[in-house]
Design a protein around this ligand. Structure first.
Ligand SMILES: Cc1cc2nc3c(=O)[nH]c(=O)nc-3n(C[C@H](O)[C@H](O)[C@H](O)COP(=O)(O)OP(=O)(O)OC[C@H]3O[C@@H](n4cnc5c(N)ncnc54)[C@H](O)[C@@H]3O)c2cc1C
Length: 575
């Protein structure tokens, strides 16, 4: 089946929906394609908030937000991009409000704001209330609003269609091909513009806060098209995943007064970050938790610590953190106002991704060449505003600001873009890939290989890594990629064949895992979320640069791009 549109957006999270809405409002024919029903995209899980210096609770300025974001990034973020983000953020919040997002309100009826990790007043002096929110269901509220608006502007949705390939013609991206998960029928989307908005890849790790759909497909689509990925070594571990499950307890819990305690009952973050304490950036808090555990100060000597919300007034807990409180009652059978919550770091966010400029164009190299017709937005893109470590609440604002910038730019450019011819046999490429797997009869099975990948990545390439663990991981991931060629699917059905889908996702995850490990191996320093125990110091002289990795006939190859620095010279991070 072949469909024609002006714009197709692969992925219907907040980033994809925002770009779709912006272009649809300006008379483009737009389709959003999502491998899960759009309203189940991971963006709905965002709890804590969306950062902007609107200053409703206390004095704030975009320059303070810019400084915090750059310092939080361990000086790897491109400062022109951070400036664009933080300047535009207040406007983006008001636009969301006008679209209908029901933000929580303070006593004066203004949008209420809360504290969040790493956000400060007056260049690091003390925590500031900068995160706007809708109770602890911020992502859900934004998603519902954008989805309603997209329907109003006649965006067409293809739910449960799994994209497998980008299509190119004369070096222009001219569409994408995939299949309908319900029937395994191939679908080809032919368009003037393609936007990748496929979110993150937390499922590569054993413990993650990410939904099942976060398998890094967009990164793999880019790699398959021989495009580079930028800064993939920087994988964020959120400090407070529910122990053993990885489900997130938002930083909002600490913003509202929750504290971390070790097995001795100590509020240990006071030692690691005397000013911001429990609201230090995530890389610092995650390392502190693991350090306490390795020093034998986990709870009863085990590998978790406690998040203690008992100091928060019960009424406030129910009003401001209803979703989190209900998760804890459901999954742990305890009441967070009576008992502390067992937590440990959980894989949460990919700082790296498909390199783009401020308008969302996908870049093909370190000098900034643009691939005509192709854009990327959201977590799968690397603009780069998060550098080596993202601050809480800065993802949602990134999705909205850059989702809109990309949309506006597409409107400007689309007039000059003609529909390029489709490559021959676009449909049959997907068909052949699926048939080969359905007919496969090898001895390997998907869950076993997936668990091995998750174990390798968790043990060898998570919060702490070293040359040795990374070498091991690279060898093991490559071995798993070979074993994948010998998979045999037991389910041969063409109706909702999830074994087939999981196999395709596994192939994507392994490709991305290899790039993460490869990039981490190249970076012989520690910065932000990338901590090398064999190179524990940050090394600005050699490493104030972005890693670009792409596939080539000889295997993976790397190159480096200098960081754009404007207002803030790198300094050592102290919180
Ligand atoms: C539990 C949790 C809480 C969070 N809380 C916050 C917060 O409070 N504040 C904040 O700023 N950030 C938060 N984040 C981070 C933020 O929510 C995410 O980074 C962001 O929502 C990603 O949005 P996205 O639009 O890029 O992609 P997603 O929302 O992940 O959507 C990806 C889309 O791509 C589609 N897709 C993927 N692959 C394919 C394919 N091959 N074919 C077709 N479709 C495909 C999916 O179906 C989906 O529609 C949180 C993240 C998590 C996991």
């Amino acid at each position: 089946m072949i469909h024609q549109y002006d714009v197709i957006v692969i992925g219907g999270g907040i980033a994809g929906l925002y770009t779709a809405l912006t272009t649809a409002q300006n008379n483009c024919r737009v389709a959003v394609i999502s491998k899960v029903h759009v309203t189940r995209s991971h963006s709905v899980a965002a709890q804590g908030g969306i950062a902007a210096s609107i200053g409703n609770e206390e004095e704030d300025h975009w320059e303070w937000h810019m400084y915090d974001t750059i310092k939080g990034s361990d000086y790897l973020a491109d400062q022109d991009a951070v400036e664009a983000l933080t300047k535009e953020a207040p406007n983006a919040i008001y636009t969301l409000e006008h679209l209908g997002v029901p933000f929580s309100r303070n006593q004066q009826g203004k949008i209420e704001q809360r504290r969040f990790g790493g956000h400060t007043k007056n260049y690091g002096q003390a925590p500031i209330k900068r995160a706007c929110y809708v109770s602890d269901r911020t992502g859900r509220a934004i998603m519902d609003t954008l989805y309603d608006q997209c329907l109003q502007y006649d965006v067409t949705f293809y739910n449960e269609v799994f994209i497998q390939n980008l299509l190119f013609s004369f070096n222009h991206c001219c569409g994408a091909a995939g299949y309908d998960v319900a029937t395994t029928t191939p679908h080809v989307f032919h368009s003037r513009v393609v936007v990748i908005a496929t979110g993150g890849g937390g499922r590569i790790y054993k413990t993650t806060s990410n939904g099942f759909a976060s398998t890094g497909d967009g990164f793999a689509l880019a790699l398959d098209a021989l495009l580079p990925l930028e800064d993939m070594e920087f994988v964020q571990f959120h400090p407070t995943g529910i122990y053993g499950l990885g489900i997130l307890v938002s930083e909002a819990a600490r913003a509202e007064g929750g504290v971390l305690r070790n097995g001795l009952g100590e509020r240990f973050m006071e030692r690691y970050a005397p000013v911001l304490k429990d609201l230090a950036p995530r890389d610092i808090v995650s390392r502190a938790i693991l350090k306490e555990i390795s020093d034998g100060k986990g709870i009863e000597g085990k590998d978790f610590v406690h998040l203690d919300l008992r100091g928060i007034d019960k009424e406030q807990l129910n009003r401001k953190l209803p979703e989190i409180s209900s998760f804890i009652r459901t999954y742990l059978g305890i009441d967070p106002s009576d008992s502390p919550i067992p937590v440990a770091p959980t894989c949460h966010y990919m700082m790296g991704g498909i390199p783009t400029d401020l308008q969302g164009h996908v870049l093909t190299d370190i000098v900034g060449s643009v691939l005509p017709g192709l854009y990327a937005v959201g977590e799968c893109a690397c603009v780069s505003v998060h550098g080596a470590n993202r601050l809480g609440c800065n993802s949602l604002i990134d999705l909205v600001v850059f989702g809109r910038f990309a949309g506006m730019n597409i409107i400007r450019e689309i007039k000059s873009k003609v529909l390029q011819p489709l490559p021959l046999q676009a449909e049959s490429i997907v068909e052949a890939k699926i048939n080969r797997l359905l007919e496969s009869s090898g001895s390997e099975c998907v869950p076993v290989l997936r668990e091995s990948m998750q174990r390798v990545m968790t043990e060898q390439c998570s919060v702490f890594r070293s040359g040795q663990t990374l070498e091991n991981a690279l060898g093991e991931i490559r071995q798993l990629e070979k074993r994948c060629l010998n998979v045999g699917l037991t389910n041969k059905s063409c109706i909702f064949n999830y074994e087939l889908q999981e196999m395709l996702e596994l192939t994507n995850m392994l490709k991305v895992a290899e790039v993460i490990v490869f990039s981490a191996l190249k970076r012989t320093e520690s910065r932000g979320a990338h901590f090398r125990s064999d190179f524990p110091e940050r090394n600005d002289e050699e490493w104030l640069k972005h890693t670009f990795v792409s596939e080539s006939p000889m295997g993976l190859k790397e190159s480096f791009k200098p960081v754009a620095i404007s207002k803030f010279a790198p300094e050592m991070r102290r919180y």
